[in-house]
Design a protein around this ligand. Sequence first.
Ligand code: ZN
Length: 72
Amino acid sequence: MTGPAPKGRPPSGKHNVELIKAGFAQCRYIVSDSSEPALCCGAPTDGGSWCEWHRHIVYEPARQRVRDRSAA
Ligand SMILES: [Zn+2]
């Protein structure tokens, strides 16, 4: 899937929620590295596991690897 670059800024931290409490259509991207319990983004999604912003962050490295492999 090739979409436009994420628009705007990262979702506000006001959505942050404990990972175990994240419900359907809430972004599950972990925003806390060391705190317990783990906090995830929690921003509303369109039904996926990540909000638009974090979906781009998650998919970007994958696209990079594909590009590197085809260039080699
Ligand atoms: Zn998110």
